[in-house]
Design a protein around this ligand. Structure first.
Ligand SMILES: [Zn+2]
Length: 428
């Protein structure tokens, strides 16, 4: 006989409306911990509000019958012990920190979804065959200190205490001091590194508008896009805006404006999932009556294909150099940040497609243009990620919103997936 968390359309509907109420309850409850004056949520790593949230979550997890534990950087785990003590854990979760004036769904939704899934499975089916865990990762956004993925990176061994020794926040508080004030740091608890994880599954809001536009409920993340960040310096000649004839100018800003247009044209020509953004311009001397002598600007380019990203960046270098030369401008470009694309696990993606199909939930494969904890975990274990729609694609803002029904669908898919892996013992 086929087994599933819901076997009929009626059962599915019941479960969805149950999750709908529950997920909103948990999200509203979490949001109440670190409100900011602008109506958003600001929950930065190792702040009072952050600690309060993690401690309250630990209590909630324990209330759901999970065995809770913090590791030494402040990641919080809730464990539902399985019968097979040797089988590696299946972990789900996301990050508890936010950006400054963030919304109530980014990160928090993945934690709420995991908590509800585990709670439901335990009450309905008891002890699983394989251990299931929920994790509330301490940090992902890099909003307080210049360090992102501190939580997941510490678990997979890509982050360590040496890397944070000199880091300070904008108030010159040292990373280690802030951590210690919350009761974490070297020697305070279990080492973050883990080698007993069988799979990681992250549920997250899309933070883009694709699912909403296409009317699709679930995005199965194919690959987390690779990123390149470059900085360009274009040097011309600052000169008098009144006395320098147009043909005698070496206007750095004019050159850069042509570069930006060429960049856009080429990116549009290549098409999705390539995206390229010039987000910052610093014009010198930046005064109304002087021809701009120098412009420093940034480029952020992303694609799910490493080679395509490389060849785009090579094109950019060549094109910008030639546009600069035509105007007798000097140009220097440097790459200062690079992240390879991270494909999610094939078997888990197929399982997720299959779960959506069986539950009659619309889904599509998609590229994540944003970075996520899942890309860290993929270095350690089979990893998968699923998205639910974001209204108008807005995120990192108090305006962030997802319909409760859409949130519930994500929880249902996660619950079914965890059921198959944890209770049915489906292979990874
Ligand atoms: Zn996030």
């Amino acid at each position: 006989m086929e087994r599933s968390v819901c076997l009929s359309p009626q059962e599915k509907e019941q479960l969805l409306s149950y999750f709908e109420t529950q997920v909103m309850q948990v999200l509203n409850w979490l949001a109440a911990f670190s409100p900011d004056e602008e109506g958003g949520i600001t929950r930065l790593l190792y702040t009072e509000g952050w600690l309060e949230t993690q401690l309250a979550l630990a209590e909630k997890m324990a209330g759901c019958g999970l065995k809770t534990e913090f590791d030494h950087v402040g990641n919080l785990f809730g464990k539902l012990q399985g019968e097979d003590l040797d089988a590696p854990s299946i972990i789900t979760g996301s990050h508890i920190d936010t950006v400054v004036q963030g919304g109530m769904y980014d990160g928090a939704y993945g934690i709420a979804a995991g908590l509800l899934a585990l709670d439901y499975l335990q009450r309905q089916f008891g002890k699983p065959k394989r251990t299931l865990e929920i994790v509330s990762l301490c940090e992902e956004e890099g909003s307080r200190f210049p360090m992102a993925y501190w939580g997941s990176g510490s678990i997979v061994g890509k982050r360590n205490f040496e890397q944070i020794v000199h880091l300070q926040d904008s108030y010159e508080v040292f990373f280690a001091d802030a951590m210690q004030r919350c009761g974490f740091g070297e020697g305070t608890g279990r080492d973050s590194r883990r080698s007993d994880i069988g799979a990681f599954i992250e549920v997250h809001i899309e933070q883009g508008a694709v699912l909403e536009k296409e009317g699709i409920a679930i995005g199965v993340v194919d690959t987390i896009a690779g990123q390149r960040r470059l900085k360009f310096e274009v040097i011309g000649e600052a000169n008098h805006a009144g006395t320098t004839p147009m043909h005698m100018r070496r206007d750095a800003l004019e050159g850069v404006s042509v570069m930006i247009q060429a960049l856009r044209q080429e990116a549009v020509r290549i098409g999705a999932p390539l995206v390229a953004t010039v987000g910052r311009l610093q014009v010198q001397p930046n005064v109304p009556n002087v021809v701009p002598g120098k412009v420093v600007f940034t480029l952020d380019a992303r694609h799910d294909d490493e080679q395509a990203l490389d060849s785009f960046c090579q094109w950019v270098m060549k094109e910008f150099t030639s546009l600069a030369a035509q105007r007798q401008l000097a140009i220097h470009g440097t790459e200062w940040f690079r992240e390879e694309p991270v494909p999610m696990n094939d078997k888990l993606k197929k399982k997720m497609d299959d779960v959506c199909g069986k539950l009659a939930i619309s889904s599509k494969r998609m590229v994540s243009g944003a970075g996520h904890d899942a890309q860290m975990f993929e270095h350690l274990c089979p990893t998968a990620m699923l998205f639910v729609p974001s209204r108008s694609g807005i995120s990192h803002s108090p305006e962030e919103y997802t319909e409760p029904r859409d949130l519930a669908v994500g929880v249902l898919v996660l619950t079914e997936l965890l059921y198959r892996l944890g209770y049915e013992g489906e292979e990874l």
